[in-house]
Design a protein. Structure first.
Length: 154
């Protein structure tokens, strides 16, 4: 099981879609929210995201038990959330890897400024919301030994 980790605009979904194209089962809150008519990150109420996450947890567990490769395309912005999904994966017998996309703020701002909400991986994130995301993001710590870092440059 791979957990995507990083701030909006870092490249998580592009990477996850690549795994999906190779047969992995991809889970995305944004995809379900978009299907419900929401096109910008600020319009997704926390309770809607929590409901999607709860439903997806059960399907993630089923997919792992069925022997499928799983990629969870969330931001995993907190250590607590990463640990929770690590525990889920391990409880179902999966090896877990966190793929952390470390991107400079100017790259994130440039990428997000071009988003228009045209598809599920194109959620609009305005500058003030990005500021909140950056302020609240907890990068993986040294003791998180299952982390692979991808440095984003462009």
């Amino acid at each position: 099981m791979s957990l995507m980790c990083g701030v909006a605009g870092a490249g998580k979904s592009t990477y996850a879609r690549g795994l999906e194209a190779r047969g992995w089962s991809r889970f995305s809150i944004d995809r379900e929210a978009f299907a419900a008519g929401l096109t910008d990150a600020a319009s997704v109420p926390p309770e809607v995201a929590a409901d999607i996450r709860g439903r997806q947890r059960a399907v993630i567990a089923e997919a792992i038990r069925a022997g499928r490769d799983v990629v969870v395309d969330y931001s995993f912005w907190s250590r607590t959330e990463r640990d929770d999904y690590r525990a889920l994966g391990h409880a179902e017998g999966a090896d877990v890897e966190v793929v952390y996309f470390r991107a400079p703020e100017e790259v994130l701002r440039r990428r997000l400024s071009s988003r228009r909400g045209e598809h599920a991986d194109d959620f609009v994130v305005d500058a003030s919301l990005l500021d909140r995301f950056l302020a609240g993001f907890e990068p993986p710590a040294r003791d998180e030994t299952d982390v692979r870092v991808i440095d984003v440059s462009g």
